[in-house]
Design a binder for this molecule. Structure first.
Ligand SMILES: *[C@@H]1O[C@H](CO)[C@@H](O)[C@H](O)[C@H]1NC(C)=O
Ligand SMILES: *[C@@H]1O[C@H](CO)[C@@H](O)[C@H](O)[C@H]1NC(C)=O
Ligand SMILES: *[C@@H]1O[C@H](CO)[C@@H](O)[C@H](O)[C@H]1NC(C)=O
Ligand SMILES: *[C@@H]1O[C@H](CO)[C@@H](O)[C@H](O)[C@H]1NC(C)=O
Ligand SMILES: *[C@@H]1O[C@H](CO)[C@@H](O)[C@H](O)[C@H]1NC(C)=O
Ligand SMILES: *[C@@H]1O[C@H](CO)[C@@H](O)[C@H](O)[C@H]1NC(C)=O
Ligand SMILES: *[C@@H]1O[C@H](CO)[C@@H](O)[C@H](O)[C@H]1NC(C)=O
Length: 387
């Protein structure tokens, strides 16, 4: 009799005193915060975290390292919630075991300038009083300081060239072209077997991943010209850093020369960047094998635009003899759009009559080979929608 009364008492005791504390994680307008930010709780209490839209965690840290996971601490894991979800929010519950402070942070984008913790998304149970060293204010202050140092270490955002929001005009005349996509600088370590590069690249919506396929790269063959042909074949390719594009020059007298989307028929020379140029590579009609080649090693994944700069007797570029690497086909700045700009602004005098070279010369073009371990890649940063 006595024993059963005692056990009943043990079961009932926590039920009477235990409270449930509800905490919102994130919230309206994508707020990066827990609400409330700090609570007091007694052993046996439960804290129920309600995950609002976005993609947050409830992860235990320590006062000394607000944005680092405490060894053996609890962690809800990522809880992605669609932006339009307003009810049936997922929850995560912790039970308070003692009167010690419990420090919590969101580990989304951890150790990056976008760190939620670094933006102050922290929470505490039973923290010190406002004037104590381990107050919530001091905890949040050191989280924000971590965020500031992560942002200071990040490459500067290019504020000089704000993204165009309206259609632009091409280099000449009033031909309209789509605005350039917004680019965002990103620094990333790329591992390839035993090699690791730290690369800085600009994110470019829709461009391929910056990871090279292999250290040697893939070889892409592009035929330039040929009897009666004013074209690159294929005219548009997708390639990754370290890939080599072998331009095989056929009959007539062509070049492959880098340009820009807005000025397709003129050699790129802007902001200290000079485009590549094979120079003229004439090939006599009598040549049927061992065509001369000129090679280009891909160093980034942003679109590379090129053309043939032969103007005699008429602009090859204006006739549509243009070429692209990594044009984003599902965007307004696709290969066809580029070719249309070339035809529109240099095509007025275009003609497919091409002079047959009378004195074919050997290919003296230089080959560009990038063996540097560090290169700049421009790649897509497909920012997670819920990020
Ligand atoms: C949220 O949006 C998605 C896609 O538009 C839709 O399929 C889903 O039903 C929506 N959910 C709610 C709760 O409105
Ligand atoms: C309470 O103890 C349980 C069991 O050891 C543990 O899983 C839980 O994380 C602890 N709660 C807190 C807030 O540390
Ligand atoms: C295209 O037109 C511009 C402006 O007239 C000129 O500077 C450029 O050399 C032309 N390019 C070609 C390949 O004809
Ligand atoms: C271009 O690369 C190909 C394949 O790697 C090679 O056969 C060719 O000799 C190279 N051409 C030049 C001009 O270096
Ligand atoms: C590709 O460019 C053409 C020509 O400017 C345009 O009509 C088409 O809509 C573009 N494609 C996409 C997916 O934007
Ligand atoms: C190839 O074209 C360029 C530019 O028009 C010209 O200067 C050069 O003489 C031509 N070479 C031959 C062999 O016809
Ligand atoms: C949530 O965030 C994590 C970490 O950034 C990511 O791996 C995961 O894919 C995200 N989930 C969704 C659905 O976006």
């Amino acid at each position: 009799m006595f024993a059963s009364t005692l056990s009943l008492g043990l079961v009932l005791l926590p039920l009477v005193s235990a409270a449930v504390h509800n905490v919102q994680v994130g919230g309206a307008g994508g707020k990066l915060e827990y609400s409330p930010e700090a609570i007091a709780a007694v052993p046996g209490d439960q804290v129920v975290f309600h995950f609002n839209p976005k993609n947050h965690t409830v992860t235990q840290s320590s006062f000394a390292d607000p944005c680092g996971k405490k060894e053996g601490g609890f962690d809800s894991g990522f809880m992605p919630v669609p932006a339009n979800q307003t009810d049936h929010l997922p929850t995560y519950t912790i039970t308070i075991n003692d009167t010690q402070p419990v420090w919590v942070y969101c580990r989304q984008a951890s150790k990056t300038p976008a760190s939620h913790c670094g933006m102050g998304m922290v929470f505490a149970v039973n923290c010190g009083f406002d004037d104590a060293p381990n107050s919530f204010a001091n905890f949040k202050k050191s989280a924000l300081a971590i965020g500031e140092s992560l942002q200071a270490a990040a490459p500067p955002t290019n504020t000089a060239a704000p993204a165009a929001t309206t259609w632009d005009t091409a280099a000449y005349g009033d031909y309209t072209i789509p605005p350039a996509p917004e680019v965002t600088p990103v620094t990333q370590a790329i591992t390839l077997g035993s090699e690791v590069w730290t690369t800085t690249y600009n994110s470019y919506p829709g461009s391929p991943a910056p990871t090279p396929a292999s250290a040697e790269g893939t070889v892409h063959r592009v035929i330039v010209g040929g009897p009666g042909l004013l074209k690159f074949d294929p005219p548009s390719i997708s390639a990754q850093p370290r890939d080599v594009v072998v331009f095989e020059f056929r009959q007539k007298n062509h070049t492959v020369t880098q340009s820009s989307f807005a000025d397709p028929c003129r050699k790129l020379n802007a902001n200290g960047v000079t485009g590549f140029d094979s120079d003229f590579i004439p090939v006599a009609d009598s040549i049927t094998a061992d065509y001369p080649t000129w090679n280009y090693t891909v160093t980034d994944t942003a679109p590379v635009w090129a053309y043939c700069r032969q103007k005699t007797p008429a602009s090859h570029c204006g006739a549509g003899m243009v070429f692209a690497i990594n044009a984003v086909e599902n965007s307004e700045r696709n290969f066809t759009a580029f070719q249309n700009v070339a035809k529109a602004i240099n095509g007025t005098a275009a003609s497919s009559n091409d002079p047959a070279p009378t004195n074919p010369v050997d290919n003296s073009a230089a080959s560009v080979h990038t063996s540097s371990a560090v290169f700049t890649v421009i790649a897509a940063a497909l920012v997670a929608a819920l990020f």
